[in-house]
Design a protein around this ligand. Sequence first.
Ligand code: SAH
Length: 290
Amino acid sequence: MAGETRHSKAGAKTGAKAAAGLVVLDGAGARPAAGRVWLVGAGPGDPELLTLKALRALQGAQVVVHDGLVSDEILALAPAAAQRISVAKRKSRHSYAQDEINRMLVAFALQGLEVVRLKGGDPFIFGRGGEELEACREAGVECLVVPGVTAALAASAGAGAPLTHRGAAQAVTFVTGHAAKGSEPDLDWESLARPNQTVVIYMGLSMAPEIARRLTQAGRSPATPALIVENASRADERRRTTTLAGLADAAAELSGPALLIVGESMALARADAPAEVEVFAARIAELGGK
Ligand code: SAH
């Protein structure tokens, strides 16, 4: 494009276009003297769910700092010469602390490099992207954010169970099931227990029994349809359709990464839904006609 060619020649005038994410990344001449950090959402796994903007950022990367949820097919889209650094969180081995990652991103950018910080899903949904953005801001390093398809959207799409649905799900809430060792997730159970809303729990697989118990105690019906999706959008995706009462047992069959989704509209998930949820499916079908 003419505008972008001009832009790439005038190497210093990167400000406005770069801020709009429109900079050309396919030629060395397009790179500004100062490096930058791109916080890029890689989506849930399927490379076709990458945005075009994410693809372009990746193609222009000199360094790719990625976490464990990013698939090899997506990493392969970066130039062969780009340095790839995994900062995957591993349960047993040393994993990078967040501030080490922040420092690494800033240090590469200050060396003048195009740094792509590639994260599973969306960088700002339980991805600690905000902390990385803050670190760049503090260091005076330009940081651009490219959103990605968060796991919940892929899980719902794959199962054919909408997160919002007329008459059955007026709201959707994304929560984290993560809890400090020996404790339970600290969530507003009262509000999550209200009917006609979808609750998507990230990082909640191992806490499924506690989550189901707390939601039920707070008043959510044990018959509420539920869905668990492991490896959403990947070739090895697995799903379990269940109810709140069956959530813990269904979770025990999966190993993650997985989402727990609780809500009436999960009755629309295809495949072997237990009989109890059919009552919801029937009610939703009725509403659809009105
Ligand atoms: N930023 C990511 C979430 C990171 S938190 C996003 O927007 O999707 C990590 C948690 O996300 C995992 O524990 C799991 O609960 C969920 N997750 C990520 N990718 C997933 C996938 N492909 N299928 C199911 N759950 C996934």
